[in-house]
Design a protein around this ligand. Sequence first.
Ligand code: TEU
Ligand code: CA
Length: 538
Amino acid sequence: MLEWWQERVVYQIYPRSFQDTNGDGIGDLQGIISRLDNLKDLGVGIIWLSPVYPSPNVDFGYDISDYQGIHPELGTMEDMDQLLAEAKKRDIRIVMDFVINHTSDQHPWFLQSQDRNSPYRDYYIWKSGRGRKPPNNWTGFFGGGTWEFHEQSGQYYLHLFAKNQPDLNYRNPRVLQEVKEIMRFWLRKGVAGFRCDVINILYKSSLADGRRALILTGSEHYLSQEGTHEILRTLRREVLDHYDCFTVGETVFVTPQTALDLMAPERKELDMIFSFAHMETDQYIVKWFKRKFHAGRFAKTISHWQNVLPWNANYFENHDQPRSVSRFGDDGVYWDKSAKLLCIMLLSLRGTPFIYQGQEIGMTNFDFTSMDQLADVESHNIYGIAKRLGFPPALRWRMIKATSRDNARTPLQWNSGPNAGFTTGRPWLGVNKNYEKINMEAQISDPTSIRSMYKKMIALRQTNDILKAGSFETLKISKDLFIYRRSLDGASLVILLNFSLTEKRAPWEGAVLLLSNYERQGYDGRLRPYEAVIVKEA
Ligand code: TEU
Ligand code: CA
């Protein structure tokens, strides 16, 4: 028997770029409310809201200055209550983004902690330096160091992300107390769970130097430590188990074993986790050193995770990743077919499917031409480090352009009108120039559109227990082909994917065509360029 969060499809909204309704160029909660019927029509069962709390926006909401408020530029708490109510009317559940590894440096806790005698001092990780040097050699997620010196109190504080995102200190039991209250506040409002931001790095077992590494020196002291498991079990036992809700952890650098340690049902910690392995098959060590996409490597990694976890949170893009059709498909001649192939794949894997806003209409990476078009702190940090390291301008620009998180954060393209119908004002981030061709309105009523394929696949998944609950079995992986079987109670479906620009032979005995992203009668054993086919096995 599946849980309701295993039955439903999740749609991630990055509110800032979803729909503006007051002309300030920034998406807002009323904009989301105005589009709920569109999401209902698509078949969405759960919305994951990227942070909507007050934030100085150094990391656009992932630096929170008030966990029980709504950012004024996004709306009011009344708007949030209205969103919850309107979503409930449509049987859509809302999941909040839960960023508790760090706060904003403008959070009152941090402001007070700057006084060495404040009771909030040890809400954070303050430490004296070693002479004029930071307390240890750790390096951060956005490149660079992880300690910021605070003149007034003469100590450093730890920040694994931007210096405006000081890490909370989970050795202090009061911090966990505060987190429980924040969770209860939102659960009492009727939220249906949490997407837990970098949740497997909360507890730092030691502040000793780390083994020198190309990235994240020091991570052995905080990745998936026992202290973090204890925190997750406590939150589950004392808070979450008292509500009808679920959690999905964003868990960086997990292996199958450390993932199971976080989400195996008997662990009673998280319900699901996002792994990153498949999103690292087109890079060399770090995402800024791009590696040519290879469908076989991608398929092999996905197959591996489908088999090692009892349940998966499947995704191909989000607010941190480039657009999947540009990355794993083809945003040229086979834009339409490859976007539909990725749709059929995502919705036929075993696990809960996560769709990111704009993915359902095949939105592509933005054609950035210079750094001043980018707003992402990560992109600017990395660009600055590459410059200091002497990388020539063309190389450092190439590193950023294809991988910047802003590729996924350009305004949603609703129609072919000004600013793609996202705002009547000046959009906070550039609108992709292809909005006249790629937009919601052009696809809503076109039965052959990418959005119609998402709607069809979501509906198929809802009515097909094999796709929802069936087992996963890899049948064939090659440079361009990925074929797998889903089975349940003796019935089975085979999904055949051709990730190439050329036709491929893939004969299948006794196959009865269920669906393809091409017009076809029956299955003839040949897959056209970027063709995806689902067949029933007799
Ligand atoms: O992301 C965690 C994280 O590690 C990302 O920076 C990711 O590794 C990288 O950007 C993708 O290549 C979470 C949030 O999703 C991200 O938006 C925040 O910036 C980050 O945590 C800090 O809260
Ligand atoms: Ca607005």
